[in-house]
Design a protein around this ligand. Sequence first.
Ligand code: DGL
Length: 269
Amino acid sequence: MIGVFDSGFGGLTVHRALIGALPERDFVYLGDNRNAPYGSRPPIDVLNLTCAALERLFAEGCTLGVVACNTASTVALRWIQQQWLPVRRRDDGVVRNVIGIVVPTIEAATGIKQSGTIAVFATRRTVESDCYPIEIRKRRPDITVVQQACPELAGSIERGLPRRDLHALVDRYVSELLRKLAAAPECVILGCTHYPLVADLFAAALPSGVPTIHQPDATARALKAYLDRHPEYDGSHAGRRKFLSTGFSPEALPLIEKFWGDEVPFVQA
Ligand code: DGL
């Protein structure tokens, strides 16, 4: 069983791609809606909430967790992989692992560019973590990374702001980023679960021809490759799906449909 975790419903953009790539696998999705958004929370909260969510997914029988949330991946995942998981493994003797969304995104971004600048748009907390610049520099010190926090964007998408208002917001963030650069970036990372919904607005605001990494597809490719290399997480192949939310309410149905493209049978976690 594979567990997919996000702060809320935005991770459904990633989850959909994972299911598309691995339709035969069993998946549990957990959205921590009661505590969302994570993007403006203190890092210690993000860390504790992410551990609690992973515990919940393990209790569901998951041996592999995918953190689909950029904020949780950038703030908490390294510590979870290096400090928390080894203790969990030692205590209960079960082989489990957790992977995130940052490395697949970086691999896709550095794969298409030779040198120059990668631009990252993300939540405030993701930008402050410096995770994207640090991880990109480890692989490719010749690449410059310029980040732009978009503190209002995920919330505005969730609240269903009209497209023209989202357009104005994206234009503003793109202009702020471009002001920091002498030339157009060579590649753009939309580092938030919600931004695929406004990818067209980013494309329109950016100089033409700048490629944008599609995080859901990059993560799906990475998960497939990971499972090929790690048959120990093979698990069940009945195509079962379960959708859990810590704060489900029927008012969220239009938002869920926006991220998933259809109704999703969420139950309270
Ligand atoms: N899922 C979060 C992310 O990808 C966005 C929403 C939030 O701030 O919780 O960063």
